[in-house]
Design a protein around this ligand. Structure first.
Ligand SMILES: *Cc1c(COP(=O)(O)O)cnc(C)c1O
Length: 397
């Protein structure tokens, strides 16, 4: 059994804040500042360029990748860190397309995060426009898988509503139709049990600044199924993915296995922060996290529906159909969220009208949720949000 009172002590949250946005930016693990300070002073400061060997910087994308791999059911040597998630989506999609020549349709859904769709659109333009992106309704996705599909590219958990796709079933369906799959685990990794190997995913990608608490802009990950790892052609053929970067050959030769998904110099400061953040998962069972997250979100929905009658649930009602977040709709959702944040309850807002709340049992308990709903009810029922200042949109919502 995971002891959540112990995991909570591993995080540094400001007093007076109830943090319901770990689905967007995870909280700061207490161990991170010292680890990053050590990396800067003792490794960068003292080792200088030698650090690439003596401090193991060069192998860090693989070592940290293996730690992330454990949380998504990926065997050692199949995950590597680097770049941002948008870049990793592009790489995975380009490699999957090349592995399925003769087909020209990429299938996704309207619940996907826009950046994933934008990257697909950009890739299609780069490839000369011979491919086509089809965007289905999330509910109709299974029926849209047919013999024309080259790649099924989906995000397992919908960023807006929290709706959870059945990764194993959709992958099976895609494979039966002769398609490959690219799964985006941005809202899954660290939020619920994921098993890319059992689901037989071809490629998977994700970020580490959400439920994995790696910090703003933390490096992304990419998983390539072992059967593809020496066949996948890297679209972004940077020197760090070369078979021998320090041979400085003029021609690119793809590195072995997952190494070829590296692009350029890895972000060592950010990897050090993430590596320290991943320590909180030692002794944590994702089954326990899932159970606790469902209990918290069920309690939240019940309390909100009892006390905030103007809000409409935007997430699936059945917990097994949700990830670890809950959204409610309200036409003045943005101003409501700003007023809540002013009172210490931090969630976020997604256009046009969704108030979004993430449940992260590692550092959130039932008492926090009870208190959050109390403040929310006060803001809504007493129209405390009804101020021009709260309606003014900030750069990031
Ligand atoms: C958060 C998120 C992103 C963000 O991509 P970045 O390149 O890290 O900015 C992309 N896709 C999905 C599905 C996300 O949830």
């Amino acid at each position: 059994m995971t002891d959540f009172s112990k995991t909570r002590a591993l995080f540094d949250l400001p007093d007076g804040v109830i943090y319901l946005d770990g689905n967007s930016l995870g909280a700061l693990p207490t161990a991170v500042p010292a680890r990053v300070a050590h990396m800067i002073a003792a490794e960068w400061g003292k080792e200088l360029i030698r650090g690439w060997n003596s401090a193991g910087w060069m192998t860090m994308p693989r070592r940290v990748g293996d730690r992330v791999g454990k949380l998504i059911g990926a065997p050692p040597g199949t995950v590597v860190m680097g770049d941002t998630l948008s870049i990793k989506v592009y790489q995975a999609l380009a490699a999957a397309i090349a592995l399925n020549p003769g087909r020209r349709v990429i299938l996704s859904d309207s619940g996907n995060f826009p950046s994933d769709l934008y990257m697909a659109q950009g890739l299609i333009r780069t490839l000369g426009g011979a491919l086509e992106l089809k965007v289905s309704d999330p509910e109709a996705i299974e029926g849209a898988i047919d013999q024309t599909i080259a790649v099924l590219m989906l995000t397992e958990v919908d960023y807006r509503t929290g709706r959870l796709h059945d990764m194993a079933a959709l992958t099976r369906k895609a494979h039966e139709a002769g398609a490959l799959t690219v799964w985006d685990l941005a809202h899954s990794a660290g939020a619920l049990p994921v098993d890319v190997l059992a689901a037989d995913a071809d490629f998977a990608v994700g970020c580490t600044y959400k439920y994995l608490n790696g910090g703003p802009g933390a490096p992304a990950f990419i998983y390539v199924a072992p059967r593809h790892s020496d066949a996948a052609a890297p679209a972004l053929s940077g020197w760090m993915g070369h078979e021998a970067p320090f041979a400085f050959d003029l021609d690119y030769r793809a590195g072995h296995g997952i190494e070829r998904m590296r692009v350029g110099t890895p972000p060592i400061l950010a990897l050090a922060a993430l590596d320290a953040a991943l320590d909180v998962w030692e002794g944590v069972s994702l089954q326990d996290v899932r159970k606790a997250s469902i209990a918290l979100s069920e309690f939240f929905i019940r309390e909100v529906e009892r006390r905030c009658l103007q809000l409409v649930l935007a997430s699936p009602r059945r917990p097994e159909q949700r990830g670890s977040q809950v959204s409610f709709r309200h036409p003045d959702g943005y101003a409501i969220m700003r007023a809540m944040i002013d009172r210490g309850v931090i969630g976020d807002f997604r256009a046009p009208d969704a108030l979004r709340f993430g449940f992260t049992p590692l550092y959130l308990g039932e008492e926090d949720v009870r208190r959050a709903v109390e403040i929310m009810a006060d803001v809504i029922n007493n129209r405390r949000w009804d101020k021009d200042d709260y309606r003014r949109k900030e750069l990031v919502t």
